[in-house]
Design a binder for this molecule. Structure first.
Ligand code: UDP
Length: 235
C-alpha cells in the first residue's frame, strides 16, 4: 500500500525495497513520479491509466512529490531519484547476468552512456542501443530489434510525454521485464549534464541547480507550485 495522491498510488517504501520489488515482478513500468510527470496524467486519461496500471510503480522522484505526500498526511519514506534507480537496476543486472537496452537521447549521448555504464559496471550486457530521435509511428525496425535482443530491462530516455507514449504503445508487445522512462538520465550518466552537488540533492534543491544550469527549464518549474496547489485543494 503506497501513499495516495489524487488517484495515484505512490511507492512509499525505501529504495532497497523498491529494487527488490522490481526484480520480483514479471513485467513492470517504473514511473519517475515528479510533479511534472504526475501532472501529465491529470490531463491525459491514457497516461493516467498507464500510471495506474497494476504493472506500474510510481516512485516519489522529486521534492515536490515528497511535500505533496506530506500534505495529504500519507508521507513517503524517502525521495527516490529515477537516475539512482536506473543505476541500481544496471548494477543488479550486471551481477545477475541480465541484459539491458538503452533507447533515447542523441546518438553521441547514448554511445557515451553505454561506455560509462560498461566502465562502471564491468560485465554489464548492453545488448543494444538506439538514439531517441525517430518516428514513433514508423519504428518497426527498432521494435523488432528490441524484440529479438530481448533485454531484461529497457531504459527509455526521450523526455515526457514521448517516453510515456512509447511505453504505452509497446510495453505489451515487447518481452522485456523492466521498462523505465528515465528522462534526461542518459545525459547525466554520459556526463553531458551534471547532477547537483550532494548537499543540494539532500535538501531537495536539485530542481534549482538544474534550472540554474539550464535556464530553459525555469518555465517548467511553474508546474511544482501548481501541482502542490491542486494537492492542497483536493485534500
Ligand atoms: N529526447 C529524445 N527524443 C526526442 C526528444 C528528446 O531522445 O524526441 C531526449 C533528449 O535528448 C534528452 C531527453 O530526451 O536526453 C529529455 O531530457 P529532459 O531533460 O527533458 O528530461 P527530464 O529529465 O527533465 O524528464
Amino acid at each position: 500500500m503506497g501513499s495516495k495522491l489524487f488517484n495515484y498510488d505512490i511507492f512509499s517504501e525505501t529504495q532497497d525495497e523498491l529494487i527488490e520489488k522490481v526484480f520480483s515482478m514479471d513485467k513492470v513500468n517504473i514511473v519517475s513520479g515528479n510533479p511534472e510527470i504526475l501532472n501529465l496524467g491529470l490531463h491525459d486519461e491514457k497516461i493516467l491509466n498507464l500510471f495506474n496500471d497494476e504493472k506500474s510503480i510510481i516512485i516519489p522522484d522529486g521534492i515536490g512529490t515528497v511535500i505533496a505526500s506530506k500534505i495529504v498526511k500519507n508521507p513517503v519514506k524517502e525521495k527516490i531519484a529515477g537516475v539512482e534507480v536506473m543505476e541500481r537496476i544496471v548494477e543488479k543486472c550486471s551481477i545477475t547476468n541480465k541484459s539491458i537496452y538503452l533507447l533515447g537521447a542523441s546518438q553521441e549521448v547514448v554511445d557515451k552512456c553505454e561506455d560509462v555504464l560498461k566502465e562502471k559496471y564491468p560485465g554489464i550486457n548492453i545488448c543494444g542501443k538506439h538514439n531517441g530521435f525517430f518516428d514513433m509511428e514508423n519504428c518497426d525496425d527498432i521494435i523488432k530489434e528490441i524484440d529479438v535482443k530481448n533485454p531484461y530491462a529497457l531504459f527509455i530516455a526521450m523526455g515526457a510525454p514521448r517516453q510515456e507514449i512509447f511505453i504505452m504503445k509497446y510495453m505489451d508487445k515487447l518481452p522485456c521485464s523492466i521498462y523505465m522512462g528515465v528522462g534526461g538520465s542518459f545525459d547525466t550518466i554520459s556526463g553531458k549534464t551534471n547532477r547537483a552537488p550532494k548537499w543540494m540533492i539532500n535538501c531537495g534543491m536539485e530542481w534549482l541547480y538544474r534550472s540554474i544550469k539550464d535556464p530553459k527549464r525555469v518555465k517548467r518549474l511553474g508546474v511544482i507550485p501548481k501541482f502542490l496547489f491542486k494537492v492542497i485543494k483536493s485534500n
